[in-house]
Design a protein around this ligand. Sequence first.
Ligand SMILES: Nc1ncnc2c1ncn2[C@@H]1O[C@H](COP(=O)(O)OP(=O)(O)O)[C@@H](O)[C@H]1O
Ligand SMILES: [Mg+2]
Length: 536
Amino acid sequence: MAVSDMYEKSLAAFLKPIAEFLADKSISEIMINGPDEVWIESGGKIFKTSAKFTPEGLDAAARNMAQYVGRVINEERPRLDARLPDGSRIHVVLPPIGRKGTTISIRKFFPGKLTVAQLVDFGSMTKAMARFIDACVATAQNLVVSGGTGSGKTTLLNVVSSLIPNEERILTIEDSAELQLLQDHLVPFESRPADKFGKGAVTMAHLLQSALRLRPDRIIIGEVRGGEAFDLIQSMNTGHSGSMCTVHANTPTDTLRRLESLCLMSAVDLPMVAVRAQVASAIGVIVQCARFHDGSRRITHISEVLPLNEKGDYRTQDIFVYTITGKDENGRFVGYHAPTGILPNFLNQCHAYGFSEMDEAFFDPASYGVPRPKSAGVQAVNTRWISRLEDGKEKEPGKPFDQEKLQVLEKAFVKTLEERDEEPPPFWEKGSGVVPDDSKQEIPRNDSGEPDDQQDEQENEAAAGKDSGSKSKSPRRSLDWMRKSGAKEGKPKSTAAALLARQLERRKSGSAAGSRQARIPGARRPKSLTTDQDEE
Ligand SMILES: Nc1ncnc2c1ncn2[C@@H]1O[C@H](COP(=O)(O)OP(=O)(O)O)[C@@H](O)[C@H]1O
Ligand SMILES: [Mg+2]
């Protein structure tokens, strides 16, 4: 038996008290606060369980986890970052630092977790936003995904990086491998802490320096949290555009400030203003995500970073934002995503790269039938508003997209999926708890609790600009295009559904060429994309 198999077996034995949670797909995180207290996260909410360890058993489990990844955990080094054999990420703190005993958190690994189509369907972003992010990636903006702990940064970085064209050479650098890219030309690196003699450490900063010498088209850094920030900003400013990373921060401007202080952490002696200017010019776009109290995760801002103002402060302008309008009867947040009416400065590039649907109406909240979001970032000298909102003031009322334009947009979105060989919904595992089930909160329900399809139809009509009585007054009616794929049963086959049918057909006929997953030997096929239909 291979040594790793041995560890795997013994680890399974040590973790027996939580075996059922490890196996349960609906549980995303397991938190062990000492032997007597185990909590789990399911559907975005946290629950206490009755599972218990013996103190020795839990201690042995922690040491086994360390051995499995060849790291040390002991009196001297009572903290450990590691991964379980299935890829789940763990962090351990031993007693007496962990005052309740051995403290472990297990963030479960879901192969092929989430896709663009799924995030859209869950209401984490809209199709228009997905398209815009696709444009940011295509035009090689340096992009930062930012948010708090567990806000979905890594998940979103995975999704965003799936938009990188397959021809590009991608280098990834992480502390613990979580990214799951499927592109052909991928060079993944993982940093390494020092051994028990304090030797052999390879930091993210080291790896970034190597990466720069390895002819990357794109560099993706899992989470920036140390001195590597400085090297990253340097590389972004010296021609390595299109890089991506995540940063722990709560607003777009905080993200820039956080990057700045991380830069100052590295030994380099540079005046703060110089660092500031470099950060501002390095970062192009910030995608901010947040975890809401109801357990849902959403993109709250897509913001463009502008040059520093005269006083040397950071400035960003929001292109898309999420506005909360209230709570529903189940205490879940209700709100809407909308463009602010501000045009990104790189819009011409977007057009050049084929995102021709991005006209002024694309950035007009009225086109989506929603009110103007209150927050729109700063008003800068060079802020370009859509002409209807010249200088940020409403000159004339806007109107929703017409049917023809909606079709153009739908086609564009399907193109984004198609270029990635991504299958549109509805084949994710519903109610798996990986995502809270509030995803459908925007769909009106009839008394039996079933989605109200009739109303759906009316919404579609309203979205198409037809008069369907009182319903069309709701601000969310024409959001339909932004939210749904239309790949639903019993509806006319949308382009998304047609694409899906084609892909299934291709797979049945045994042609591997159609699927990126199939092209990569040994690549894990995302579970969420295996369909019952396959077997039928
Ligand atoms: N858009 C989303 N909707 C619902 N759940 C999500 C979403 N994005 C991420 N999650 C879940 O939230 C948890 C934390 O996500 P992760 O990306 O690891 O967060 P972070 O990197 O910010 O700490 C994971 O279990 C993930 O499956
Ligand atoms: Mg993360």
